[in-house]
Design a protein around this ligand. Structure first.
Ligand code: NI
Length: 203
């Protein structure tokens, strides 16, 4: 087997996840070192498996994240659940030095999410349904793109990583569940059921 190696994922408690990441020098995007890092981050995300990975999660305190969502990540989600989450897929995307703005629609959606740096847990987080991102892509040109639905959730989660935030900072704490209990009790059911039983507010 050849190809880029899989990197170790940093878990919560490590300060690198709590420091704002430094901007990437655009000139560095032309170096083989940074292109190799992007390839390794992609391989690490796919192997985990996950739908996003930020550089601090592999111990690199720089503003770089990779994202990818598709049918191979949708597991046991029913068509109905996928529709409710507006989980329409996201092509492999690299965001460098992203800035995030809310679009006019102030609407938020609450769903369970998790993080490769917080293994074994999942919890409900309210996220904006749409965000506008200005960033550089992996080759340097600027991108200005609106993400909506589940893709917007992934983007907000990864940009949070670059600011030193974890989803744990935004989670409805009483919703926190082991992934085993989530699978046993809450997967496939409306979050309203979990909110009523566990005593948290759905925003
Ligand atoms: Ni994460």
């Amino acid at each position: 087997m050849s190809g880029p190696g899989v990197l170790a994922i940093v878990e919560c408690g490590d300060p690198v996840l709590r420091r704002p990441a430094e901007p990437v020098d655009p000139a560095d995007l032309r170096t083989s070192e940074l292109q190799l890092l992007i390839a390794k981050m992609r391989a690490t995300m796919e192997a985990a498996p996950g739908v996003g990975l930020a550089a601090p999660q592999v111990g690199m305190p720089i503003q770089l994240a990779v994202l990818h969502d598709g049918p191979e990540r949708w597991g046991q989600l029913t068509e109905e659940e996928r529709t409710a989450r507006q989980r329409n897929g996201l092509d492999f995307t690299v965001l460098v030095n992203p800035t995030l703005r809310l679009v006019d629609d102030p609407d938020q959606a609450s769903f369970y999410e998790g993080c490769l740096s917080v293994p074994g847990l999942t919890g409900v987080v309210a996220r904006h349904r749409a965000v506008r991102v200005e960033a550089l892509d992996e080759h340097g040109p600027p991108v200005d793109r609106v993400f909506s639905g589940w893709a917007a959730r992934i983007v907000q989660h990864e940009v949070d990583h670059l600011r030193g935030h974890l989803y744990l900072d935004r989670v409805e704490t009483r919703s926190l569940s082991t992934t085993a209990n989530y699978a046993r009790l809450w997967a496939g059911w409306p979050a309203e059921d979990a909110a009523a039983s566990l005593g948290f507010t759905l925003r």
